[in-house]
Design a protein around this ligand. Sequence first.
Ligand SMILES: [Zn+2]
Length: 70
Amino acid sequence: MSDLNYDLGDIIEMKKEHACHLSKEWKIIRMGADIRVKCLGCQSSVLMPRSKFDKRIKKIVRKADGSVPE
Ligand SMILES: [Zn+2]
């Protein structure tokens, strides 16, 4: 379980960049047992179980309301 308090609409950074090599940043576009994130580099989306997402997330870049977490 990640201790990051991510939520729908947040921009997050993954530990590894996407296969497109354009960006490490993703937007959370669906939250549930599975999480769907959209690559900000190529706009493609990926669905993954929350457990997998928790292992891959590095940090929250920007919250959905535009604020930047400490
Ligand atoms: Zn991409």
